[in-house]
Design a protein around this ligand. Structure first.
Ligand code: NIG
Ligand code: FE
Length: 416
């Protein structure tokens, strides 16, 4: 690939570093006016003042691309999604608006189980095709890396098929994917009343298979009342760790079970949701390197209080933001909505929200050394806004202002 220089950028805004930023450091983003970025071999070679970069880096066959009037940011990392699924659940959404709770619907055999049935009826091709369309939509909002979970199969065949779909999608479209095995998303009908046996099945049969076929980097569990308790979650995730997987937890989403504290104790890469987290578990997270991944669109869609972002950041925690894109609790992949909710309702600063969706999101999928900031050596994953200042991300509330997206140095999306 020829050297490319993006010139006359009105501002580059980026967190810095190769690790998650904790606490106050989340607010320390770098803001460089009238800047240029040099891209070479899919990576960032240099970033700096426009004139200096042009003098130092323009060679005979360098491609110059003028970005006047645009702000450039690191590609967004959506570190928690369930975008491989069959069917939709609009009726449940309407039931919830009339007062039915998420767990009531779940216990009555709706919820996740509904999606499992539709997903089991899907062929691999259909999974790949719908996955591709959803990723294309995510890319248009600036997402250059996404995590994707299984968890709508809950049996050997369909769980593996979901992970295979992710594997195929890695090769067939530009968004980088990190795969998470979420076989412990719910207790399947076949194991009703026998959740310990289901965990045994996952440990003895599924985890070794997923490992052998190299189908996932992470293992996750839904630690929730009427799903899996803390003891089961600990047993399961420790077994996964032992086999070499990184681990994540859906924790303290609907009820405060203590999954977040467990995440910190066992060295999970992230604890996700945390709407109901208790103070003592906040403190455990603050003192750990586990990323607190907050999913404000889920709180919004479930009409629940937001996770205590301010408390976590003030306590020294590393916070990431992600969509939780799924057909049940949160049928949205909207990045503009995430920025708006984080900044307007969770009292995060825009600097913190940017860090949470880039570098800290990258840390939540173990890639902070490769992506998540605009610095030499990192992948050239960039978002070009149609506005000169990054404040428009929230000021133009709910609007997608992404004009172009570069993935590994190539223009992967351009607004029509
Ligand atoms: O993260 N909480 C568990 N999993 C999803 C919801 C899945 C569904 O309702 O289909 C979540 O909210
Ligand atoms: Fe989730």
């Amino acid at each position: 690939m020829k050297r490319t220089i993006l010139t006359n950028i009105s501002e580059v805004v980026t967190p810095e570093g190769k690790n998650a930023l904790h606490g106050k450091d989340m607010g320390k983003v770098k803001r460089l006016k009238d800047a240029a970025i040099v891209l070479e071999n899919g990576k960032i070679l240099a970033v700096g003042p426009n004139e200096t970069i042009i003098k130092q880096y323009v060679e005979e066959d360098t491609v110059i691309q003028d970005k006047s009037g645009s702000c450039v940011l690191p590609g967004f990392v959506d570190s928690h999604t369930h975008f491989i699924f069959g069917g939709y659940r609009p009726d449940e959404f309407m039931m919830r608006l009339k007062g039915a709770s998420y767990l009531e619907i779940h216990k009555a055999g709706g919820g996740i189980w509904n999606t499992v049935q539709a997903t089991r009826n899907m062929g691999l091709d259909e999974m790949v095709q719908t996955g591709k369309e959803r990723l294309e939509d995510m890319l248009s909002m600036g997402v250059t890396t996404a995590e994707g979970k299984s968890g709508y199969g809950l049996d050997r065949e369909c769980e593996l098929q979901q992970l295979e779909a992710l594997e195929i999608l890695k090769k067939e479209q530009p968004v980088s994917l990190v795969r998470t095995f979420l076989g412990a998303h719910s207790i399947p009908e076949e194991y009703k009343g026998r959740s310990d046996e289901y965990i045994d099945f996952l440990i003895k049969e599924m985890l070794p298979l997923v490992k052998e076929k190299n189908l996932a980097e992470y293992v996750d569990i839904f630690c929730e009342s009427s799903v899996f308790n803390c003891e089961q979650s600990r047993r399961y995730l420790l077994a996964a760790k032992e086999m070499g997987f990184g681990v994540k937890i859906h924790a303290d989403e609907i009820e405060a079970l203590g999954g977040s504290g467990l995440a910190a104790e066992i060295g999970a890469v992230s604890a996700d949701h945390l709407l109901m987290i208790r103070k003592k578990d906040c403190e455990k997270l603050d003192a750990s390197s586990t990323v607190a991944t907050l999913l404000p669109a889920t709180a919004f869609c479930l009409h629940k209080p937001y996770a205590p972002a301010r408390e976590l950041i003030d306590g020294g925690c590393a916070v990431a933001l992600a969509s939780d894109y799924n057909p049940g609790s949160c049928f949205t992949n909207s990045i503009p909505l995430l920025f708006a909710l984080a900044v307007i309702h969770m009292n995060m600063s825009l600097e913190e929200a940017l860090c949470a969706l880039t570098l800290n999101g990258a840390a939540a999928v173990g890639k902070a050394d490769q992506i998540g900031s605009i610095e030499p050596g990192k992948a050239a994953d960039l978002v070009v806004l149609e506005k000169p200042q990054y404040e428009f991300l929230v000021y133009h509330t709910g609007k997608n202002i992404v004009k172009e997206v570069y993935k590994d140095g190539n223009l992967a999306y351009s607004k029509r």
